[in-house]
Write a protein that binds this ligand. Sequence first.
Ligand code: XMP
Length: 515
Amino acid sequence: MEKDFEKLLILDFGSQYTQLIARKIRELNVYSEIVPYNISIEKIKRFNPRGIILSGGPKSVYSLDAYKPDPEIFNLGIPILGICYGLQLISQHFGGLVLPSEKREYGKTFLIIDDNRDLFKGFKLDDKIQVWMSHGDRVEHLPPGFEVIAHTKNSPFATVANKSRTVFGVQFHPEVSHTPQGKEILNNFLELCGFSRDWNMNSFVETEIKKIRDTVGNNKIICALSGGIDSSVVATLLGKAIGKNTKAVFINNGLLRKGEVEEILDTFKAGFNFDLIYVDARKRFLTKLKNVDDPEEKRKIIGNEFIKIFEEKAKELGDIKYLAQGTLYPDVIESTSFKGPSAKIKSHHNVGGLPEKMKLQLIEPLRELFKDEVREIGKILGIPKIILERHPFPGPGLAVRVLGDITEVKLSLLREADAIIIDEIKKGGLYNKIWQAFGVLLPLKSVGVMGDERTYEKVCVVRAVTSIDGMTADWYKIPHEILERISSRITSEVNGINRVVYDITSKPPGTIEWE
Ligand code: XMP
């Protein structure tokens, strides 16, 4: 029987950090769900949370179109923590005053602890801790019944509490890494809620398997399998839930790396509880991509073509209704422009590149998770190391690494160069220290000399980054000797590339992929 976990509810007011709150809560072994800020009180009661967190958001609580929760949430008698906008909502609701700040406060600052009980249990009194601020409004007058339990130089009411109601508000963001002790603060809030901490990633796996069974029943499902960790985890979850009714479709779009097709077919040939179907669609993709050089257009074409093939397969295999994908949260946030501050960065093919009208219904069990969490699930599911440790590879594949228009010749140059980069990184023992390393082929030529001959050939970029979740990244400092080997091997072994350069851009301001 499925266990009923104690739950935390997160009301989303449009902050770009809301998922990070959920993620920190998961790390603290509590089950949480994110819901829109205007969820009805009846639904909340049915959900029966042990605590509620109000997220940050882009609005001002005093504006006419401010996002407001059902005020009854404050009468439920359960602990509430408001973060940033959430703090301002709490202050306003209980009769305080919120006004625009003279100066927007953005960045790192120091919080001074005035009361080290409850939310700051375990902290030293008068201690200064680093916190991350991002707000344009501030609480001017405290509501009756509230007290200040921490302040900063610019925010006298940086943390407020109504202890008899167990309602707290923090002006800073405890969920981001720039607040290094934020997790301890969230942990204290969960303690105040009385959670028994019995939820973990194993529970996630059990719940998802049950959800898949309930949704799909005895029907078949198509699973988009790329051989990367995300889609491999989804296919394995489906396999565990509904066995061979899972039809994992691996499409060769002609944009894969050297040796990748053979490696994937070999990895999945046995030992998995799903059916593997291989589709060689190289011609289809490359024909559609001919002379296309705009990155967004490439992504859309590839996304559309993938879906077309899945729909054809769904028909062929007998009226399949569902398509499962390994979409992760960073794919969602970078592809969609939500209300609020999150801007569209790129159309990740498994989200933004989908056609408007799609016959198949999507199942995306990992949609709220980050990559490192998926790796943890992969371990629980017993997925082989070779897949777990694999660097991420984007759905549109080499199409976003051959800059500009794509040809077979350019693809083959990049495949060879990329294989050398990975080979040298592996030989140097760096592969598992790097989040992602790869080559990029630039759409230009440079002059060189080889023997006594002038050359006029292509340029290859070496890209390597470290990251926790792909949302931000630092360029990785590959030792010079290894760079030297990469450069000399590429220029001598790949006929058509005469120059190698090294990308030293972090994210932001760059993205990991070049397109
Ligand atoms: P960017 O380039 O946006 O990439 O900094 C962040 C991470 O996402 C991967 N990526 C994708 N993954 N479909 C995917 O499944 C895509 O369309 C896509 N675009 C980028 C990228 O390789 C990096 O790990």
